[in-house]
Design a protein around this ligand. Structure first.
Ligand code: GNR
Ligand code: NI
Length: 173
């Protein structure tokens, strides 16, 4: 079942998510629903908070359209290393439709997490995967990519998003 994605501005998106205590079938069902929601959107990552669930759960798949799918499931992800070297990517977010900005982040990061089967894992990431992981872990702490922009740019984007929300809520007769 796909879930509805919350759109900024929404106070829920600013909350801090709680760690998972047990990887059980209910959590696996949530992760499958999140993956379906992410593929449908489409996007390369999704945090549970974006579907209104304040838990430290993330799904990611950066495979290209013409490649085989390669879903990743991260429970309680923790970034254990951030490189001093940085890289810049044009970021988007399913909770900020139509808005994009170049964001500078550590180029490489290491992640400690629990996988789909409840097993502890570690991952070294660079490139788009590294950026995506950092973007998703930010979501778990109530942080959005626009928080890295100047107040002027951020306010402009929020203004557009308020208009966008009003437009999609309006019933066209
Ligand atoms: O689909 C997404 N694309 C993207 C592009 C650059 C950096 C991060 C991302 S994540 C985003 C999906 C999303 O909102 N995840 O929270
Ligand atoms: Ni996002």
């Amino acid at each position: 079942m796909t879930k509805r994605i919350l759109l900024e501005p929404d106070p829920i998106l600013r909350k801090k998510c709680q760690p998972i205590e047990n990887v059980d079938d209910e959590l696996r069902k949530l992760m499958k629903d999140m993956l379906e929601t992410m593929y449908k959107a489409p996007g390369i990552g999704l945090a549970a908070i974006q579907v209104g669930i304040l838990k430290r759960v993330v799904v990611v798949d950066i495979s290209k359209d013409d490649q085989e799918k390669h879903p990743l499931f991260f429970v309680n992800p923790e970034i254990t290393y951030r490189s001093k070297e940085t890289s810049v990517y044009e970021e988007g977010c399913l909770s900020l439709p139509g808005q994009f900005a170049e964001i500078e982040r550590p180029a490489e990061c290491h992640l400690k997490y629990i996988d789909f089967n409840g097993k502890e894992k570690e991952l070294k990431a660079d490139g788009l995967l590294s950026t995506c992981i950092q973007h998703e872990v930010d979501h778990l702490n109530g942080v959005l990519f626009i928080d890295y922009l100047s107040k002027l740019k951020k306010d402009m984007i929020i203004k557009k998003l308020i208009k966008h929300k009003k437009d999609i809520e309006r019933v066209i007769v």
